[in-house]
Design a protein around this ligand. Structure first.
Ligand code: VG1
Ligand code: CO
Length: 543
């Protein structure tokens, strides 16, 4: 096979965000764009030479083309072996697992997660390192620096790999193994959860509705919930992955997964409702007539996980991202567990997981996972809940009520203001930052500001520092307001406002979330002035 060095010029925008590089498909389709970014990875991560590289994606438009290019470049850059999911498909958690069990030196995960797909949609690429975690900020910054001065890339010419044929192939000296996307992942799940007990639970007539949103979890849900656990076929909705995700927005939340939400609040609601996102790392959890917020789901799992086979030894510790509500902290306190607070983005959990400091972690953005992989994991979360229900014999409502009674309840919501002009979004941030020094001690409604600052993080394992990770206005244990800019969008800027209110009194545990948070939202208006500065009357998405 002829290897060629192709001359190229740098693009200036190949900086990774919260989770990899995400751009419009048309940006990735520009000649040399993907190649430049891949070569920057190969140039910086020289440890890939002579080693195994895992590849897979969420199946969105452009996935197969990009994978063919990546394979041709891997061969030209001395990679010894590529393991690729059949049809180019691997969910994000399954990719992480594949990297771990194959001893690969890294992985390329082709996804823009929940961002819409199709010709006019988004595409993306995450580079994961040995061990299965996302590249650290230090590493992605080095890749970005390399991309700014790149002048050539290496590629094998005229490569076409049959991605649909399972088994081994050769490309010059490089081995290619096309693998089933579910096999290894399903085997891992069976080591963590009590499949027999869940099967019995279904046999007793209990039920599940899982919405794969026409994205990557379809085949995983079919195999695990239906084939292995015996749930009726109708338990899995929208199970066929489509290149454009059926034109939808595969983000499992109250807005974009509305059909599932409506079902769960209807007369024929099943016991458990779950949904996942484009690349299979997010999860939404509902019970009959009840939505479990991601922060609550994390806290409740922290309280019940040690009942499940894979976690019988107990939890080493737990972690949450800073904007995630502090329900987890209450469980940690009650059970004497260490609880870490990290910046937004799963990569910040990697060192805590690798060093054995934590077993379970999560984010408010519908992300939950454990130390079984180094990514968040949607199907894992649904299985964990199935197993908790089967083990305890309780309903979601009963579990939630008991939890809130014991630990108190954190009402929580996130308000997103999408596609703002970048300058305007920055102005909101800067105006608030300027006002922070005079906020402490001020009283708003029933709450007094105990702390107002920008969140920074020093990694307890490697000492690396991340600054400016969001603004937080804390009202003791009672409430918090948090504001940050999204790092995953591809158009304009997105502001995220997070609202959290904590109540412990029995008569205050049954409020509707919107009503409970209304006074806090009013304080946010007064303090942060998003409406006034942006001219927006309301957030675009409330989850
Ligand atoms: C968002 C979420 C963050 C999550 C990230 C990647 O980032 O807030 O919690 O880790 O998406 O998730 P941001 O910077 O837009 O707020 V995924 O499922 O898109 O890989
Ligand atoms: Co995702």
């Amino acid at each position: 096979m002829p290897v060629r060095e192709i001359a190229t010029k740098p693009f200036s925008d190949q900086k990774s965000g919260t989770a990899g590089l995400r751009k419009k498909v048309a940006v990735f389709q520009q000649p040399h764009y993907l190649e430049n970014f891949l070569q920057s990875i190969f140039d910086v991560e020289t440890s890939l030479r002579g080693k195994t590289l895992v590849m897979g994606g969420d199946g969105r438009y452009h996935n197969r083309t990009a994978i063919q290019t990546a394979i041709a470049m891997a061969a030209a850059n001395g990679v010894a072996k590529v393991i690729v999911g059949q049809g180019g498909i691997l969910s994000t958690p399954a990719s992480s697992h594949m990297i771990r069990i194959s001893g690969a030196a890294g992985g390329l995960v082709f996804t823009a997660s929940h961002n819409p797909a199709g010709e006019d949609g988004d595409f993306g690429l995450k580079f994961n390192i040995a061990g299965g975690g996302q590249a650290s900020e230090t590493l992605t910054n080095r890749i970005y620096e390399a991309s700014k001065s790149i002048s050539r890339y290496r590629i094998e010419e005229n490569v076409w790999v049959d991605l649909d044929r399972r088994g081994s192939q050769k490309l010059g000296d490089m081995d290619i193994e096309v693998v089933d996307c579910v096999d290894d992942y399903a085997a891992l799940m069976q080591t963590l959860f009590d499949f027999d007990r869940i099967r019995d639970w279904f046999k007793k007539g209990h039920s599940l509705a899982f919405d794969a949103m026409h994205a990557v979890t379809g085949p995983y849900a079919q195999r695990i919930f239906v084939d292995l656990l015996g749930a009726p076929q109708k338990s899995v909705m929208n199970a066929s992955p489509l290149e454009d995700f059926g034109g939808g927005h595969p983000d499992p939340n109250l807005i974009y997964a509305k059909p599932l939400v409506d079902l769960m609040y209807s007369d024929h609601a099943p016991d458990l409702g779950g949904a996942s996102d484009g690349d299979g790392d997010r999860n939404m959890i509902l019970g009959r007539g009840i939505f479990i917020s991601p922060g609550d789901s994390l806290a409740m799992l922290a309280a019940h996980l040690d009942k499940l086979p894979g976690y019988k030894k107990g939890l080493a510790g737990v972690a949450r991202s800073m904007p995630t509500c502090r329900a987890l902290d209450m469980v940690a306190k009650g059970r004497g567990l260490a609880c870490y607070e990290t910046p937004t983005g799963w990569k910040f959990f990697a060192n805590l997981l690798d060093s054995g400091r934590i077993t379970l972690c999560g984010e408010e953005s519908f992300g939950t996972s454990s130390n079984h992989v180094r990514e968040k994991d949607g199907v894992w979360a649904v299985l964990a809940w199935l197993n908790v229900l089967a083990e305890t014999g309780l309903s979601m409502q009963q579990i939630a009520d008991a939890h809130w009674k014991q630990y108190g309840r954190h009402y929580y919501a996130r308000h997103d203001y999408d596609e703002l002009p970048t300058a305007v979004a920055n102005q909101v941030m800067e105006t608030l930052i300027a006002s922070l020094p005079r906020l402490a001690g001020q009283k708003f409604g029933e709450w007094t500001v105990s702390q107002a600052d920008e969140f920074g993080y020093e990694d307890p394992v490697d000492g690396s520092v991340a600054k400016s990770q969001g603004i937080r206005i804390v009202f003791g244990e009672a409430a918090r307001l948090i504001l940050r800019l999204s790092g995953t969008g591809t158009k304009g800027a997105t502001l995220r406002l997070y609202l959290e209110r904590y109540e412990t009194a029995a008569e205050k545990l049954g409020y509707k979330t919107g009503e409970a948070l209304a006074p806090l939202a009013a304080i946010a208006d007064q303090l942060i002035r998003i409406g006034e500065i942006t001219g927006r009357k309301a957030p675009d998405v409330v989850t």
